[in-house]
Design a protein around this ligand. Structure first.
Ligand code: OOG
Ligand code: NI
Length: 268
């Protein structure tokens, strides 16, 4: 059971850092400064709310590893619903899974997305490698741009498919950095762009969670008709505060998450 979980997160990390060179660099910088393993606070996954790839189908992989359902979150403007999953093992990263509420989108978007999802077989979703299996459908660049006009989330997911959208460093586990602001300074000193949407530090001690993130790297994607560089994945940093009972807050903060989603928006 334990080995399975570590293997899953290792494979997710390997796949993620392959398209997120900045995360690999920052991880190296932090690891060298800290001199110990970097602990992940959480990872995040994205999907469409259509069978066979809905949020629950992704969550199955984590429930099978002993995770349980945590809080749920609503993002009205972005037409997203999300849930988090947590584990008794304090070293197990939390998992944040969101899904696009496609029925709230335009008929054109629904038609496009239904065609993409129709390419995915239920057996593939159940397979051990699904969560880092990437795209299961053909996508041309014009279709990507059309999705992008209506929903950046839909366009990102159509282009990248199934993979960790980000990993998140647990600032609580760092020794040389005590605040998210200090991490942001390190990022900027090393030439990385911090997501400034809603402020560079999202959340407050009162929210029991402070977060920041890089802006996603831009890396080439092979569309069916051409190769274009588009935003891939980003790296996040989270500092959790204790609840009145002394245990660390395990949830997420919808107002902050709403801005973190924007880390995959095109910078220019
Ligand atoms: C998830 C954004 C929310 C957080 O930590 O609040 C999030 C995403 O971009 O898919 O990860
Ligand atoms: Ni996150």
């Amino acid at each position: 059971m334990h080995t399975d979980r570590n293997t899953l997160f290792e494979k997710l990390w390997h796949n993620y850092q392959g398209v997120t060179p900045s995360a690999a660099q920052i991880h190296r910088i932090l690891g060298a400064e800290e001199g110990h393993t970097i602990i992940n606070d959480h990872i995040a996954l994205r999907t469409f709310n259509l069978a066979p790839v809905g949020l629950d189908a992704l969550a199955e992989h984590f429930l099978a590893l002993g995770y349980r359902e945590g809080g749920e979150y609503h993002f009205k403007g972005k037409k997203l619903y999300a849930r988090h999953y947590e584990h008794d093992d304090p070293d197990a990263p939390r998992v944040f899974i969101s899904e696009l509420l496609t029925e709230q989108c335009s008929a054109a978007l629904q038609q496009t997305v239904q065609k993409l999802v129709a390419e995915v077989k239920p057996e593939q979703v159940k397979a051990d490698n699904f969560l880092y299996s990437g795209r299961h459908w053909d996508l041309d660049y014009t279709t990507y741009l059309n999705l992008l006009e209506e929903s950046e989330y839909a366009a990102w997911l159509a282009a990248w498919g199934y993979r960790a959208n980000h990993f998140t460093v647990s600032v609580n586990h760092l020794q040389n950095y005590k605040t998210v602001a200090e991490i942001n300074q390190l990022l900027k000193d090393n030439g990385f762009t911090v997501n400034a949407s809603g402020g560079e530090v999202k959340g407050s001690p009162e929210d029991l969670l402070e977060q920041s993130s890089t802006m996603a790297d831009r890396v080439p994607v092979q569309f069916s008709d051409r190769t274009m560089a588009i935003p891939s994945c980003f790296y996040e940093f989270a500092l959790r505060y204790p609840k009145p009972d002394g245990s660390l807050y395990n949830g997420f903060v919808a107002a902050s998450a709403d801005k973190i989603f924007e880390s995959t928006h095109a910078g220019m």
